[in-house]
Write a protein that binds this ligand. Structure first.
Ligand SMILES: [Zn+2]
Length: 92
């Protein structure tokens, strides 16, 4: 009972720090002891490890999204012309 209550409190404590831990946010750095405590908890708690993995995947997706190139307008226009030609030929 005490052990599961302690674990619940640690899960709550960890959930509030996982994002800062993964982002390595310089405006709100974790202390070394917080990092150690969080890493120890992530190693033994499946639930929080899942949260961490999800956060990591989300952060990677956002990073890729922010690096994506803008669509080349000229290439888009050429693609439209080609599609219109295909459609026009199909109508014949
Ligand atoms: Zn946990």
């Amino acid at each position: 009972m005490i052990a599961s209550l302690r674990r619940m409190v640690t899960c709550h404590w960890s959930a509030r720090r996982i994002e800062r831990y993964l982002d390595n946010d310089p405006s709100a750095p974790l202390t070394l002891s917080e990092v150690r405590r969080l890493e120890e908890h992530l190693a033994v708690c499946e639930k929080c490890a899942h949260v961490g993995a999800d956060q990591r995947a989300l952060s990677r997706a956002l990073s890729l999204w922010s690096q994506r190139r803008l669509v080349d307008e000229a290439a888009l226009a050429r693609m439209h012309d080609a599609l219109n030609r295909v459609i026009a030929e199909g109508d014949r």
